[in-house]
Design a protein around this ligand. Structure first.
Ligand SMILES: [Fe+2]
Length: 265
């Protein structure tokens, strides 16, 4: 029987090989740490943490090893999925403290992590094998389910980012239409919050832990009005979900200490 669980969705940190390295003007490790600290001070014992992709922007082994050391210190169940800025093979090799592209079962809920990483492309694709695996997993277990993937299977109203969305979204929707236990899809990629209601499930996207993209902008534009953030989901025993996005003000240059210690080779 499902029970009430709390899930934190933290996405698009775009980490780099070395703590302190900057991307688009952001100390990405410090920004990630700032959001993570806020999330865990607000929800000290989440039942699961979902990392929603674009985890290590330069796809470096040192970046993934730094992240894994950080996850080890959390001592919480973590589900990690790849974005377009990731290396799924490196994730599987180095993220030993996370479930990677698999099923995480907690409190009578199942969280299914899928890879939409499409080599050489910013768009996403699940592929027929992964869709067949999803179909089989949902047929095998009727637990209330969250499906976690990087690219949302819907347009968010920004032409530039909708052009690099999920290519096989129709096939995913067809698969999901056969299984009524799916309560929600949890996505990253768009660096902004977005919600969309479908037949029996909702689709949520979550702000990045670093820069935001301006909603409904036809071409690329950063959003300076909104801070980084994360999403909390309260998944209830009756199968319903309440969700809230928290915004976390961008850290000032010197008020966050970035953990610099890397695990040994
Ligand atoms: Fe991203």
């Amino acid at each position: 029987m499902p029970r009430d669980i709390t899930v934190l969705h933290i996405t698009d940190p775009h980490l780099l090989a070395r703590p302190g390295d900057r991307l688009h003007g952001w100390d990405v490790a410090a920004a990630f740490e700032h959001v993570l600290e806020h999330a865990l001070s607000t929800y000290p014992a989440p039942d699961a943490i979902v990392l929603g992709g674009d985890l290590v922007d330069d796809e470096s082994s040192t970046g993934y090893r730094w992240l894994d050391a950080r996850l080890a210190a959390l001592n919480r169940p973590v589900l990690a999925i790849a974005g377009n800025h990731d290396d799924p093979q490196a994730m599987a090799a180095y993220l030993s403290h996370a479930v990677v592209h698999d099923v995480l079962t907690v409190g009578g809920w199942q969280l299914i992590g899928l890879s939409t990483h499409c080599p050489g492309s910013e768009s996403g694709r699940l592929g027929t094998d992964q869709l067949a695996g999803l179909d089989a997993a949902l047929a095998a277990r009727s637990l209330p389910t969250l499906v976690c993937l990087h690219h949302p299977p819907v347009d968010v109203g920004s032409a530039w980012i909708d052009a690099i969305g999920l290519i096989d979204r129709d096939a995913l929707c067809t698969t999901l239409s056969r299984h009524t236990q799916v309560r929600g899809l949890l996505c990253g990629h768009v660096h902004q919050r977005f919600e969309s209601r479908h037949d029996s499930y909702e689709i949520w996207t979550t702000p990045s832990t670093m820069r935001q993209f301006r909603p409904r902008s036809p071409e690329f534009a950063e959003d300076d009005e909104h801070s980084p953030g994360y999403r909390c989901l309260r998944c209830r025993a009756d199968g319903t979900i309440a969700t809230r996005v928290h915004r976390v003000p961008r850290p000032q240059a010197d008020d966050v200490s970035t953990p610099a210690k890397l695990p040994k080779e």
